[in-house]
Design a protein around this ligand. Structure first.
Ligand SMILES: NC(=O)c1ccc[n+]([C@@H]2O[C@H](COP(=O)([O-])OP(=O)(O)OC[C@H]3O[C@@H](n4cnc5c(N)ncnc54)[C@H](O)[C@@H]3O)[C@@H](O)[C@H]2O)c1
Length: 361
């Protein structure tokens, strides 16, 4: 058995406890040896729940990075700290899995790519939706050419009333935006991945602050604080790619819509199409008739990633990261792809600011 990869966790809040630390604990290739949070109790609790007996607690990530025995870190802080901590970690010789969105803007994402290239370390971003059975199946069919040339797509991240009220999600300054950068990012990532198209030409975007000052909201996580809700509540974008393909990106935390859908994509090509609107549905024409294929994905345990066959998306994500570190496999989510997601989101926000299309070159 190889030596275990020694992991430091930076940011011990919701996503650390809900996704990464349980997944890392199940990953036989790694162990969590250090925990950092600016709220010390959170790091202490994380250590108790997930750490090795001799694991350490920090409140300053720079101290954690000084530990030369740590091989890799998980950057699980609010968006405003992703770039700074990731760059520092790469410069300290650590491999990094950073949560989504990669960064607040494209300039930050580029700094992260530069630091990765300089360090030669692994950098990946937490787009775990790519590892869902429906997404894995759809991607495999897309790569086989089943859909042909994809020229229309929808990236969908629409909630009726589910504004995240914990942490700093609704704070424009700390997150860089609202639902677009928070959940639109997942839908756009899935869409670009299925299209295998990372060359945007221009986009038009509109953001809305229509519901964020309302009270008595019926929100899934209780009423939000209207003073703190400075990010947009909805954002919509239309992206034109260099090859002429278009993407309609819809995102909202709160919209008066009857049928919300999140972290899904619809793609339409010249040979067929696929959507995730009601499970995975593939539409094409067979024998002169329109057909709809609805794959049975239950228990689809194909060993896509060594060591995590058929696992939950977060287990596949974790295995993919540690396999890449060990040289046993390629990253499934590259930072270069994630940087393009960030670039397009920035374009949509910029278009809103100027009232004009945003050109990417
Ligand atoms: N992949 C997903 O589906 C998904 C889901 C939720 C959140 N996220 C992402 O995860 C990140 C964190 O979200 P969350 O829900 O866990 O938020 P959270 O507020 O619950 O947790 C963030 C934690 O980071 C700590 N922190 C803040 N600044 C820090 C710093 N400089 N050093 C160390 N710790 C610091 C906070 O004290 C807090 O405990 C965000 O970027 C968010 O977009 C991803």
């Amino acid at each position: 058995m190889d030596k275990k990869i020694r992991i430091g966790v930076i940011g011990c809040g919701g996503i650390a406890n809900g996704k990464h630390m349980p997944a890392e604990k199940r990953n036989p290739a790694s162990e969590m040896v250090a925990f950092c949070d600016i709220i010390e109790e959170r790091a202490i609790k994380a250590r108790e729940d997930f750490g090795t007996p001799d694991s350490a607690v920090y409140t300053d990530y720079k101290e954690l990075l000084k530990d030369k025995s740590i091989d890799a870190v998980l950057v699980l802080t609010p968006n405003c700290a992703h770039c700074e901590i990731t760059v520092a970690a790469l410069n300290a010789g650590k491999h990094v899995l950073c949560e989504k969105p990669m960064a607040m803007n494209y300039a930050e994402a580029k700094k992260m790519l530069e630091a990765r290239d300089k360090s030669g370390k692994v950098l990946t971003i937490g787009y775990q939706n790519r590892f869902r059975p429906d997404a894995l199946y759809m991607k495999a069919r897309a790569d086989e050419g089943m859909f042909g040339e994809v020229y229309y797509a929808e990236a969908i991240a629409i909630r009726r009333r589910a504004v995240p009220t914990w942490g700093v999600f609704i704070d424009q300054e700390k997150q860089g935006g609202g639902p677009l950068i928070d959940i639109g990012t997942h839908a756009l990532d899935l869409t670009l991945f299925m299209m295998n198209n990372y060359e945007p030409a221009y986009c038009v975007g509109k953001t809305f602050h229509k519901l964020n000052k309302q009270t008595n909201t019926g929100n899934a996580w209780g009423d939000w604080d209207v003073e703190k809700f400075t990010a947009e509540d909805s954002a919509f974008g239309f992206v034109v790619m260099k090859n002429g393909a278009v993407i309609y990106l819809k995102s909202s935390w709160a919209l008066n819509i009857a049928d919300p859908k999140e972290a899904i994509t619809t793609i339409c090509g010249d040979k067929g199409g696929a959507d995730m609107l009601n499970g995975l549905r593939i539409n094409t024409v067979l024998g002169g008739k329109q057909v709809m294929i609805t794959p049975d994905l239950a228990g689809a345990s194909v060993a896509f990633f060594d060591g995590a066959a058929g696992g939950a998306p977060e287990d596949l994500e974790s295995a993919c990261f540690t396999n890449a570190i060990l040289g046993k496999g390629k990253l499934y989510v590259t930072a270069d792809q994630a940087a393009v997601v960030t670039r397009i989101l920035e374009g949509i926000y910029e278009s809103e600011k100027t009232g004009k299309p945003y050109y990417f070159d």
